[in-house]
Design a protein around this ligand. Structure first.
Ligand code: C2O
Length: 535
């Protein structure tokens, strides 16, 4: 009897393996880079919340289609005579601010249908974040430049053309964007830069958080509290965890997005997700800057409207600079970008300074040098690059946690669906003896409706962590911030590198670890499992 069952299961397994292999082959041959959409097929970006306070935002983010033909990007065509050096916003001189103000004045004064106007520039962002365009040949998969490996390169291209347009409007080829040096916790970069704060200036946007004006410093983990010196420490640890100890292309830049990838209805196995740079400090800054009296923290707090605020482009210059730091400036040497052809050959549309549509390949954005863009060295980078978070626990917390009834949570699908409370400790098994590989905690099958801003904060070895726990210690792993896109579900595996945390806490030889998931916000988050594996 027993033999018989085994025989059947072997046969079944074999069949399953064959089916799987066939399936893999199919998807491998179908896999291809995401291409440019048909710009003639545009839908209104309409969002209606289905839970929480009823909110409807309807935006026409359809892009104007100029009469001329599409230009294929080449470095030769877009060669620039001068190298652009982007400087920190808080160090801008009065002359430079005047020039910058003038550039946005002209940009704002262009008619709404002009591709170079701030209105169309901001629609470019909305259009490709909020479902205005379907991928070519699909009637459900939209073009989406967030939540995946497209995020950093797409935004680099976006800045590149935005900057060229401003330079050409000014008639000044040396014009460069500034970067908002919010990661600088020492030399004055971590407040809203003064140049963006003058009412009546073209650089001003009234829909920002009025309580976050200087001297308030940024919070790189939403909801951080304590004295300024505590927030500084939490900011430094956020940067350290999101950039320094997020070493793989997948955890830092995000997961794969290919032709046909459907962000809002993907299955667990294929859902792409942004990396720590996007989900962590980048999203935090959008949330911190946006206006909390607006339902979606507009302008900066939601992708629909973020790019209406000139501070957006300075924010993203810094994101771009930090991507470059991650690649070339980390202890341990150069890090690897994805080499997948579906990454390299993804295509996008932008407008150039003549208002023409340009088609670009993602791969041409991977080297700022070739694009003629550079950033100066920022000495304050050292503060977070070499930040050394200290532990606040001694020894493994597993025994005590188990005695207190903290449950074990294993990989999906054995747990069913777990609804997270504001603080949710769990005991998770790990594999030992793989020290040379990158250890990754996967929060499996996370689901949330993106109606309001919510943060999922992860700690190890801290069973009592709650929503007011400081995030400055070595037990803090990272934060996944969900930016609102009302009514849209998010379904994905969220990954965090934890090897450095376990070593600093001194529990790297344990076979189990306490993981506590803390929710800051009111949105319900469910998960299906916790799994510790290797990248
Ligand atoms: Cu396209 Cu900072 O978002």
């Amino acid at each position: 009897m027993r033999k018989c069952t085994t025989g059947v299961s072997v046969a079944m397994n074999f069949l399953l393996i064959m089916l799987l292999a066939a399936g893999l082959q199919m998807s491998a041959s179908r896999a291809s880079p995401v291409g440019v959409p048909n710009l003639n097929q545009c839908e209104l970006a309409t969002d209606t919340s289905i839970i929480g306070p009823p909110t409807t935002l309807q935006l026409n983010c359809c892009l104007p289609i100029p009469s001329g033909s599409v230009v294929d990007f080449s470095f030769q065509t877009y060669q620039s005579a001068v190298k652009r050096v982007r400087m920190p916003a808080h160090k801008a001189t009065a002359d430079y601010i005047a020039k910058y103000t003038r550039a946005y004045e002209i940009m704002r004064s262009l008619p709404d249908h002009d591709p170079r106007s701030l209105s169309v520039q901001s629609k470019l962002h909305c259009a490709f974040c909020n479902g205005a365009y379907k991928q070519l040949g699909s009637n459900s998969a939209v073009v989406q430049v967030h939540f995946s490996w497209l995020f950093l390169p797409w935004h680099r291209w976006y800045l590149y053309f935005h900057e060229r347009i401003l330079a050409s409007l000014l008639g000044d080829p040396t014009f460069s964007l500034v970067f908002w040096n919010w990661d600088d916790q020492r030399d004055g970069g971590n407040t809203m830069p003064a140049m963006f704060l003058n009412k009546g200036s073209s650089l001003y946007d009234q829909s920002r958080n009025a309580k976050h004006l200087p001297p308030n410093i940024v919070k790189l983990v939403p909801g951080s509290n304590g004295a300024t010196s505590d927030i500084v420490k939490q900011n430094l640890n956020a940067l350290y965890q999101d950039i320094v100890t997020s070493t793989t292309a997948e955890t830092f830049m995000g997961g794969a997005f290919r032709d046909g990838t459907n962000v809002s209805s993907s299955s667990l196995a294929t859902a792409p997700l942004g990396g720590s740079m996007e989900n962590g400090v980048h999203n935090s800054m959008h949330f911190w800057t946006g206006d909390p009296t607006q339902p979606l923290y507009q302008d900066m707090g939601t992708f629909l409207t973020a790019a209406r605020d000139p501070i957006f482009y300075a924010h993203h210059s810094n994101v771009d600079r930090l991507w470059e730091r991650w690649l070339n400036g980390m202890p341990g040497g150069q890090r690897a970008l994805p080499s997948d052809p579906d990454f390299l050959n993804a295509e996008f549309y932008f407008y150039d300074e003549a208002g023409r549509i340009v088609k670009v390949f993602l791969r041409d954005a991977l080297d700022n040098n070739k694009l003629g863009v550079s950033y100066p060295d920022v000495p304050a980078d050292d503060l977070w690059t070499h930040f050394s978070p200290t532990r606040i626990t001694t020894g493994s917390a597993v025994l005590a946690a188990r005695a207190n009834g903290v449950p074990e949570v294993g990989p999906a699908p054995d747990n069913g669906v777990i609804t997270l409370h504001s603080a949710h400790p769990a005991i998770v098994k790990r594999f030992k003896n793989s020290k040379e590989r990158t250890e990754v905690l996967v929060v499996q099958g996370l689901q949330v409706i993106r109606d309001t801003f919510v943060s999922l904060i992860v700690f190890v070895n801290l069973p009592d962590a709650n929503s007011t726990s400081p995030t400055s210690s070595a037990e803090y792993v990272g934060t996944f911030n969900v930016i609102p896109v009302p009514g849209k579900p998010l379904y994905a595996d969220v990954k965090f590198e934890i090897g450095d945390n376990l070593r600093r806490v001194g529990i790297e030889n344990e076979s189990e670890v306490v993981v506590t998931l803390v929710v800051r916000g009111t949105q319900t988050i469910t998960i299906q499992g916790l799994h510790i594996g290797y990248a």
